[in-house]
Write a protein that binds this ligand. Structure first.
Ligand code: GUN
Ligand code: FE
Length: 451
């Protein structure tokens, strides 16, 4: 018999950007289907079993876990942008400009995913690695290969990760050995992968297809137009691409598409900017583009690690400005342009990058705070993915995507983060700033324990 999952102890999550809630002596009840049915505050350990019986649950119907001091539950992390085929090339090509990095390192590497066995091996390791890091939801770019992309979707479903999975569309601006033959073949392979995703997860409970033009430089007009058509006839599908990442990319885009003043007009013309669009990077934003994002309800995948190390922007996005305008923004590891697949690393780098922006803006754009980067990694990312009604925090009615953190991990090399006099908010800050995957003891997606 499937049992209710019950946790008693500390729960930390964001109710909004400004509102980090720390519940000590909390009780979470998760129904067998994976939905949170109850969140009670201030209930003593001794009262848990009697509380369960008042809501009609016997001890046998429940798997009750009591958390110790220093352990706490948080929502799972949402990685709004990364590339599964770049799993094995993380960190390669530091300091290179984007188009050179793609040609020298990335295209030769991604081309290897024409071999399904290679894809299966690398993708299995990638999905396991992400779950290990507490990434319960990931928006993945695949390679151009439909078979490999379907393998990635199968693996996410099998391993229990919530995921957007897209075949990468690119029919120019890349070597012959690694590009779609024509716009037509690219579009029909996209339809094939979309059909596969709908077949393996008809209701999209965990897996969704994501329309994935790599970026305008690698797509001819008719390919972008065809993808816009697919988006129009499948309004439930998310869309992802790279946007205003770096000078080299922006100036080449202008050269290829001289009739468009900027990337908003370009992607909007082809029907690719909707409330389901996830635009990675957005490092350089004009007033017009900021206003358009707000009106079109597009979301930003902020990727501070890759922005500061690969691509040539060496400039992170104006996150404070996005937040001020209530433009949706979440965090992306952008692994492998990003050297790390840890969302904790992404949060820390977001803090660092925001401090640089504070200096650049002469104090106008204040650096981010720990609760704010935690928001970006959880509820903010869920909003970007239009999943905030389902996930992002541990509110009643949401699906239980959560991490059990153990800040007292006794793993070799980890100093305990907990001292007797530490308050819970201090322990939380210590975890965000110094924790790693050894402190992520268990990972749950829709109530299923996946680590
Ligand atoms: N722009 C187009 N493709 C890529 C990619 O793989 N990584 C990054 N960071 N930017 C891109
Ligand atoms: Fe990327």
């Amino acid at each position: 018999m499937a049992r209710h999952l019950v946790f008693h102890g500390t729960i930390i999550h964001c109710l909004s950007l400004q509102d980090l809630e720390i519940i000590e002596d909390g009780l979470v009840i998760v129904k067998p289907g994976g939905t949170i049915s109850s969140l009670v505050k201030s209930i003593g350990r001794a009262s848990v079993l009697s509380h369960l019986s008042t809501v009609g649950l016997s001890e046998e119907q429940c798997d009750v876990r009591f958390l110790e001091r220093g352990q706490f539950l948080i929502p799972g992390f949402v990685d709004t942008h990364n590339h599964a085929p770049q799993w094995a090339q993380r960190g390669i090509g530091q300091g290179m400009h984007i188009l050179d990095w793609l040609e020298k390192h990335t295209f030769p590497n991604e081309a290897r995913f024409s071999d399904p066995e290679h894809a299966r091996r690398v993708y299995a390791s990638c999905v396991d690695g992400f779950l290990q890091q507490g990434i319960t939801t990931a928006s993945y770019y695949g390679s151009i290969h439909p078979e490999a992309t379907n393998i990635l979707a199968d693996l996410c479903l099998e391993k229990g990760q919530r995921a957007f999975v897209g075949k990468c569309n690119m029919n120019r601006g890349a070597p012959d050995y690694y590009r779609d033959a024509t716009a037509e073949s690219s579009l029909s392979e996209t339809q094939q992968c979309l059909a596969h995703t709908r077949r393996i997860d008809p209701e999209g409970k965990l897996i969704k297809y994501v329309i994935t033009p790599r970026f305008a430089i690698t797509c001819e007009d008719d390919l972008l137009a065809g993808l816009g058509e697919i988006a129009k006839s499948n309004p439930d599908l998310p869309i992802q691409t790279h946007f205003n990442e770096a000078e080299q990319e922006m100036s080449y885009t202008k050269k290829l598409f001289p009739t468009f003043e900027n990337e908003v007009d370009l992607y909007d013309h082809f029907g690719l900017l909707t409330e389901r669009s996830i635009l990675a990077h957005c490092c350089y934003m004009s007033e017009y583009e900021l206003q358009s994002f707000k009106e079109l309800k597009c979301g930003v995948a902020h990727c501070p690690i890759s922005n500061m190390t690969v691509g040539g922007g060496f400039m992170a996005a104006p996150v404070r400005e996005f937040l001020r305008r209530d433009i949706k923004v979440g965090l992306g590891t952008d692994s492998g342009g990003g050297f790390s697949s840890s969302m904790l690393d992404a949060m820390r780098q977001a803090l660092v990058a925001s401090n640089a922006r504070e200096v650049m803006s002469q104090g106008q754009d204040k650096g981010l705070l720990i609760p704010e980067v935690f928001y970006l990694a959880t509820l903010g990312g869920a909003r970007v993915c239009c999943l905030d009604e389902k996930i992002g925090n541990l509110a009643v009615g949401k699906e239980f995507d959560a991490l059990l953190i153990d800040s007292k991990s006794s793993a070799p090399g980890i100093m305990t983060m907990v001292e007797d006099h530490d308050s819970m908010d201090l322990i939380f800050d210590k975890f965000i700033m110094t924790g790693d995957d050894r402190n992520i003891r268990n990972v749950f997606v829709r109530g299923r324990q996946v680590k």
